[in-house]
Design a protein around this ligand. Structure first.
Ligand code: SME
Length: 159
């Protein structure tokens, strides 16, 4: 297992999601493979997946993921995912037990990183969420690389 530390990982991700046909089904298909791929590339994580916006109600719904089953619906502004979606900014939490309003899908999770995905109008269309059982698992470098992954996915699957 590697960590998400090289440009080649992002290049592989880009190749993996190339050729989107514009359909929602194919978007989910590519996101499923992206979740499996990124999950394999990162050491010491217990969950990685997507929550996607739907309708105009400011709600995130569980999308493709790897890990244990998870909560299905998260309102914008709620939890780490909802905060990242509402603010359109990454949220990196060293100790989720100190994060007011953290949504504990898995009690084994101790740190978390959430990065938003955007469409071509810079509207938030979802988030990429990663959890670890280690405290302070995610570094600034991890954040930058996952933001790179989110950018690739946003460009490939929402434009
Ligand atoms: N912990 C997240 C909820 C999603 S799970 O981690 C898969 C949150 O606080 O938004």
């Amino acid at each position: 297992m590697h960590d998400l530390g090289s440009g080649s990982v992002l290049a592989q991700l880009e190749a993996l999601v190339d050729g989107w046909d514009g359909s929602i089904e194919r978007r989910y298909c590519h996101l499923a493979n992206a979740a499996a791929f990124l999950y394999e590339q990162m050491a010491d994580i217990i969950w990685l997946g997507f929550y996607l916006t739907f309708g105009s109600e400011g709600t995130l719904m569980l999308g493709p993921f790897q890990g244990k089953l998870a909560c299905t619906d998260i309102q914008f502004g709620r939890g780490v995912c909802g905060k990242a979606a509402q603010e359109g900014k990454s949220v990196r939490v060293a100790d989720v037990h100190t994060f007011v309003d953290h949504i504990a899908c898995d009690s084994a999770s101790n740190s978390e990183l959430v990065v938003p995905l955007f469409d071509s109008n810079h509207q938030v269309v979802g988030v990429l969420d990663v959890d670890s059982s280690s405290f302070s698992r995610f570094s600034e470098d991890d954040q930058q690389l996952l933001e790179g992954a989110a950018k690739i996915l946003s460009r490939a699957l929402w434009t």
